[in-house]
Design a protein around this ligand. Sequence first.
Ligand code: SAM
Length: 294
Amino acid sequence: MLSYQHGYHAGNPADIHKHFTLWAVTRRLQQKPAAIHFFDTHAGRGWYDLHGPQAQKNGEFREGVERLLSHRDALEHSPIAELWQSFFGVLDAAHGHPVAAETLQFYPGSPAWVSALRREQDRHTVFELHPTELSELNAVGETRTGRVIYGDGLKGVVQQLPPQTPRLVILIDPAYENKEEYGAVAETVAKALKRCRHAVILVWYPLLPARRHEAMLADMQQGSIPCLRSEFVYKPEGAVRGMYGSGMLIFNPPWQLDSQLRQAFLPVQDLYSLADGKAPQNALHHVDWLVSDT
Ligand code: SAM
């Protein structure tokens, strides 16, 4: 039975890490006109009201999108300014006006981030299995979600490959509610790359004290397709029981994504290292090659 609902976590630091990486990859790929089919295996509800009861329960967004917005000016003048400006532009559009930490209310889910960039020639398919999340997602509307399919995204995406478009991006973002999911993700990536060697695949994973992601990464390391790893540690490991950070794998990453992510997260890392009371210490962003591109 599915119990996870992303509304409790929307806009947290892990979401920022995931959505900014997705944003950076998509922007890079769209520098060329060839059509892209975007797949999102675990869509969630697509759109989040941060004033609603789920987001308010633990207020995780305060350490994520709200903190970022309170340093918006610094990020928009950082070395990778244009990318941050366009990222914040999506939040502005979500509110219908330039948004600040004090006026923040809405946060887009992964289907909406991609929809903000989807071009006429691109295709977009998202999967969701939780009945409540599915009906919310359908209510958001196809313009902001892409085509919604009710079903298992891991099996579903493989069945859809290869797409008709020359290029494809797959986001795999499960809740990892049970440890079998790590193996299922590794298996799905292997199957997808077997069908489409050129697929750009993004996999999100949590950094938890049990370090369950390590076996998944060791498995994926056996492959031959270049894979970049970006990890963002935003709480001191050992000081918390739950998640202390998040990871993103990017198979077949666009050229220079590694240096772009390093530059983009340098000022973010500083925000999380500030000794300002509630801020977690020792935040660290790290990029390396899980599977080398040479
Ligand atoms: N990708 C979303 C985002 O970034 O906004 C968040 C997704 S959330 C972490 C995971 C979602 O996957 C939940 O809504 C859950 O109901 C759904 N889910 C769980 N198992 C699934 C499966 N096998 N196929 C499709 N969706 C699934």
